[in-house]
Design a protein around this ligand. Sequence first.
Ligand code: ADE
Ligand code: ZN
Length: 350
Amino acid sequence: MFKVPPISADRLPALLRAMPKAELHIHIEGSLEPELIFALAERNGLTLPYASVEELRSAYAFTNLQSFLDIYYAGASVLLHEQDFYDMARAYLGRAARDNVLHAEIFFDPQTHTERGVAMETVINGLHRACRDARTELGISATLILCFLRHLSEESAFETLEQAQPLLDKIVGVGLDSSEVGHPPEKFARVFARCRELGLRLVAHAGEEGPPAYIWSALDVLKVERIDHGVQAVHDAALMQRLAQDRVALTVCPLSNQKLRVFPDLADHNLGKLLDAGLAATVNSDDPAYFGGYINDNFTQVFAATHLTARHAYQLAFNSFEASFAGNADKRVWEHKLKETFERCVEHDY
Ligand code: ADE
Ligand code: ZN
């Protein structure tokens, strides 16, 4: 492992912004900024229950996960046509590239759209075309992860998988999101087993608001390769050991945790504890349009609030590449660029 040189605290924010990174936990519907919601509503002849962008933004005051999800699903209802999905994803990828994201694995919630009569191919083709164009126009690599909504039934998840089957070459894996408590991973054991047979990579939200038991079953029943959030793992020492030993990555989202009151304050966030216990934590934005910041805002704000160091910064960026579903050749190139950025920083060269 690269020996991270000492870097003073005042130079850390610039380094965090400049360092290359992967984003592994971003819900594309959560990147829909109020301005784009209004523009798409107008383009599609829809009337929103808010008079202005400002009025919509002022409704973003959440008390827990469910209070956010209610407004997030309402915002996504302006997406009707392939071009709408394209515009949303292309806007996110442009923003991510400015934060020096080299690779993004993008979640999408097809049931939010198919339940409103939008075809699966409309959703996937729009998002996929944006990923393809971003590669050539921005040099950013991007793949798609289809998420099943856990508040809906197993039957609905199977139906969703069937609709996606002709388009599986356009996605890298599947995930599990939405309301966690009361919807344990076991509910989707058979769907995930089928996805595994189909060669899809597997991830799941677990331990965001839900108990450590949900993380155990995501690992042992669903057989996922990464845990999205996972911050409740600190309440179970045996689980911490398992996650560290198996290098199971956690895709942590500090500003989301702050806004949804998973922690009383950003200063109380346990990211440092997870890293110091040897877990492969990463930093991500979750739903940046709703939680007040993209990936670099998540890095700079959690570092400022919890006094993490350059060594933690390197580890987080390294983990993000290592835990991605990209090939080994890409990972080595990105990790080399990461090392170079740290060396340049020591030489005061950027
Ligand atoms: N869907 C979008 N953001 C989510 C989150 N933070 N947790 C669960 N489901 C989500
Ligand atoms: Zn999430």
